[in-house]
Write a protein that binds this ligand. Sequence first.
Ligand code: FAD
Length: 456
Amino acid sequence: APVLLWFRQDLRLSDQAALIAAASEGPVVPVYVLDDDTPRQWAMGGASRWWLHHSLASLDTALREKGSRLTLRRGKSADVLQALAKECGAGRVHALHHYEPWWRNAEKAVAKALDLCLHDGILLLPPGAVRTGSGGIYKIYTPFARAVMEQMPPAAPNRTPAIIDAPESWPETDRLSDWGLLPTKPDWAGGFKKDWTPGEDGAQANVAAFIDEVGDYPTGRNLPSVEGTSRLSPHLHYGEVSPAYVWHRVTASNADAEIFLKELIWRDYTHTQICEMPAYGSKNARDDFDRMDWRDLREARGDFIAWKKGRTGYPIVDAGMRQLWTTGWMHNRVRMIAASFLIKHLLIDWRHGAKWFWDTLVDADYANNSVNWQWVAGSGIDANMFSRIMAPLTQSEKFNAGDYIRQWVPELAALSNEVIHDPDAHDARPDDYPAKIIGHKAGRERALAAYRRIKG
Ligand code: FAD
């Protein structure tokens, strides 16, 4: 009898433990279920859907080269898989473990009806694999990373089967183009194509290109004006490469890759946190933040829109928000600055910002997004950073963001490095660029006062 191979955020054929197990058992029916019911408010955002469309097309092509193909179905995962298994006469489903709360629920529901075999491969180590002396999970990143490092390297990546046996007949499939994953009018994803090649080939090409740059990562990663990071985040989110594959390729280059590998461990850390606290995306990990007097979004609406559109009058924030809108990605340092600005200078609840990122990032990832937003807010499980208020203008200067601003904020393109970080202060602001929507000092003081109130 055929077995089902259930793809989710693991859209690859290499180093795919579920595929290897399925292929060793007989004919395989690979399936992707577009499921907006199970995740509910965490259904994929617009930018993620654009990525998904192209990644699924690429996966189907790769499967066909091995004599197989992808079946597409839509609906609640557990119902769809049960119906498909019945149609094919299959009893068993192979899949990789996923850790988003809705996927864990879906896994439970599927396992009730079918023989579900789950395999590892989304992370370097399964959550809970490293534990503190007293058997708990690590709440703080640094000791967690140290403990993971001791278990590295990860197992060597698996080979890919040369041929995947086909069933006697293929089940019916939806047409990808009927799913409406791509924007119609306006085509806001026009700028995505230039930067990204979704799918396993694109992911591996990105790894190959990055290998030559690993040595420059420790300095380059902080500079938004240079391409100093791997840009692997959407590929890793969709599982188009495994973190183990990235680990082995990077360590085989002769550069000192430790700082980069530690960023990769951040993914494991965030996924461990959402396993402990599944509501991380919607609930403060520190209860005292439930008393925070965030501004009412009706009153703060204008500021929130200015932030989303990149019209706050803070060039570094605006450049980041426009890069996000145009390309579906934002440089990590600028994500921190833009998030901090929203939460502290504008005193807007981090959840509104996280939601906007969820909709606009091609790498939108429940664990990474939620844990990083709460980290910036100080409401997270780890160190409380609320009172460390980033000064966007100083950050912009320190990390040399001049060229980055010129690229994303064309109104400021003619300004020199001396004035571009803070045109207002130098009387150099062009008429078509907004004045600061709030002064740095005023924003900072309002934020600190609100914070003092929750601390009683
Ligand atoms: P590199 O610097 O090359 O790092 C390699 C990989 O390590 C990344 O692809 C990513 O998978 C992982 N990584 C790096 N930094 C982090 C981090 N801080 N936390 C978790 N994993 C990390 N990352 C997402 O993948 N999805 C998100 O939705 C997301 N939202 C974020 C929201 C905020 C407010 C902040 C401050 C950060 C967020 N990040 C998110 C983390 C980080 O900004 C991106 O992973 C990184 O910028 C991606 O670029 P890169 O692949 O070139 O990273």
